[in-house]
Write a protein that binds this ligand. Structure first.
Ligand code: ZN
Length: 175
């Protein structure tokens, strides 16, 4: 698997090209925000979950286009088995095109996922850092499992997407 994927958006945020290890990467993921499967010609925004995340990314895109300078932000793109830390670089191109490059900084296998019957829960997940909202705190999935005493069950987070306050601050500062 390539460590980076990149794609370009036209001035209306339609995906006009994808490169790097895109296919492998998309196959290994489930379509979450910046890293899912995308179709050429589709709008970038069709692949972004959550209104607050869309607003913040929209802000960042505008800043990159207006200032003509790239912005790099850390992100997460987990699959059920792997914790994946990314760095996402949004770079201006001529004619208000953007190039977005997601590079994997680290990948760590999860240890707490098991087979068998799966417990489905609806929790709010931050679309940016992949943490879960449990009892007024934003927790990594391992902590959430422990908190909810689900260690003996397999746990599929059925998430309603949002954005946590930490990430909202981070993205606002970037923009
Ligand atoms: Zn977050």
């Amino acid at each position: 698997m390539s460590a980076c994927v990149e794609y370009r958006l036209d001035e209306q945020d339609r995906i006009v090209s994808v490169g790097g290890g895109w296919d492998d990467f998309a196959r290994a993921n489930d379509g979450a925000h910046l890293c899912g499967q995308a179709l050429l010609g589709s709008s970038f925004w069709d692949h972004v979950t959550g209104e607050s995340l869309s607003q913040l990314l929209g802000l960042i895109f505008r800043q990159v286009r207006e200032r003509g300078e790239p912005i790099t932000v850390p992100s997460r793109c987990d699959s059920p088995e792997i914790v994946r830390h990314l760095e996402v670089r949004i770079q201006p191109l001529p004619d208000h095109y953007l190039e977005i490059q997601s590079c994997i900084n680290s990948e760590t296998p999860r240890t707490q996922w098991r087979g068998g019957d799966r417990v489905r829960m609806l929790l709010q997940m931050c679309s940016w850092c992949n943490r879960f909202h449990v009892e007024d705190q934003w927790l990594e999935i391992e902590e959430a499992i422990e908190r909810l005493r689900l260690a003996d069950a397999d746990f599929i987070p059925r998430s309603s997407h949002g954005i946590c306050p930490d990430c909202a601050d981070l993205l606002k500062q970037s923009a």
